[in-house]
Design a protein around this ligand. Structure first.
Ligand code: DAH
Length: 350
């Protein structure tokens, strides 16, 4: 049995048991609301049907199971109601002990955390370890050691938050990407290595539907003798299939990043139209999802690795992937802490 089936079984069993205990019409109704109400535990299971990673035959199977569970519970509710309608109402003592209590509200991890977990799990499956670094960085890690020249536009005050003390720069900044953790890790570890790095990053962008001054990235780095661009592609394709389903394809377009050479941007075949062209992909059939490349020799030099060292790196924006996965059109929903939005992501209790 799949994890979903087990969960469905246990919810159904729990509901039937609760129904056994229900001693009057109000209690039966409370059971109905708890499981079949608008935010009922069984009702919530139906949201799994929207998972784009679900193959259509799996979807059909899941739909049948969900409907069967719902029908079974509805019949049991009706039977219990008929059964109780004969018995006299409980005598009042001033306190109605039969009133349903408030169902406890169960916390869950944020949709961004859920997507980060999914991204990381799909890299863990390929032997990557998860590593983290600080959000306050020094210029050497965020820029210099990554071969980003002193006059690069990303260093400008309007692209990076610098920390100042009475108007004077302190040398500290809020990291503008997760790439400095590559440097931190290589400073303290020898190859071979394979890491992924989730974390928050900061850029002084005006807030709109697709931008925020703070967002999340996942960085990746693998260093090992003989690694090629082919290894990079294979790793990312295997990851994309785990993440978005077996039909996922990636397309690599040449690009420029100072810290990789050659560099590429990878596009994912649109998960909504399978690459045929739709509104989400702007009729292109492809969605841009990450940057990657072979680590630049200057970067290895900065961390005192031997000449000739080989490795690949990649970096992706989590919000963008979360928006694609769930069809969310405005990044601001993630940060408003509105329970009506957050409750729509019932998966993933950390
Ligand atoms: N640091 C880049 C950014 O924030 C993303 C990136 C691109 C990371 C290519 C990489 C890479 O490691 O190889 O836009």
């Amino acid at each position: 049995m799949s994890q979903r089936e087990v969960q469905l079984e246990s919810i159904t069993a729990e509901a039937l048991a609760a129904l056994e205990q229900a001693k009057d019409a109000a209690a039966v109704e409370a059971v109905r609301v708890l499981y079949l109400g608008r935010q009922g535990k069984l009702t919530e299971q139906f949201s799994a049907m929207k998972d784009p990673g679900l193959a259509s035959e799996e979807k059909g199977k899941l739909g049948k199971q969900l409907n069967a569970a719902k029908q079974r519970l509805e019949e049991a509710l009706a039977a219990r109601r008929t059964n109780l309608s004969g018995s006299a109402p409980a005598k009042s003592s001033g306190i109605d002990a039969t009133l349903p209590g408030y169902p406890p509200s169960i916390g869950r991890s944020h949709p961004i955390s859920q997507v980060i977990d999914r991204i990381l799990n799909n890299f863990r499956a390929q032997g990557f370890s998860v590593v983290q670094g600080p959000e306050i960085e020094v210029e050497r890690n965020n820029f210099d050691a990554l071969n980003i020249p002193p006059d690069h536009p990303s260093r400008e005050g309007f692209d990076t938050f610098y920390m100042a003390d009475h108007g004077k720069r302190t040398g500290y900044l809020l990291r503008s990407h997760t790439s400095p953790v590559q440097i931190r890790f290589m400073d303290t570890h020898k190859p071979p290595l394979r890491i992924v790095v989730p974390g928050r990053v900061y850029r002084p962008d005006a807030v709109d539907a697709t931008h925020c001054f703070q967002f999340h990235q996942v960085e990746g780095l693998a260093v090992c003798p003989g690694l090629t661009f082919g290894d990079l592609k294979g790793t990312l394709i295997a990851w994309a299939r785990g993440m978005f389903g077996e039909k996922a394809r990636l397309r690599f377009r040449p690009h420029y990043f100072p810290f990789t050479e050659p560099s590429a941007e990878a596009d994912l075949s649109c998960i909504f139209c399978d690459g045929k062209g739709c509104r989400v992909c702007g009729q292109k059939g492809w969605l841009e999802i990450l940057g990657c490349g072979m680590v630049h020799p200057e970067v290895f030099k900065a961390v005192n690795y031997l000449p000739g060292t080989t490795g690949f790196a990649f970096g992706m924006g989590v919000e963008r992937i979360a928006m694609l996965l769930h069809g969310i059109e405005d990044i601001r929903y993630f940060y408003e802490n509105d329970a009506r939005f957050l409750e729509q992501f019932p998966g993933g209790i950390r």
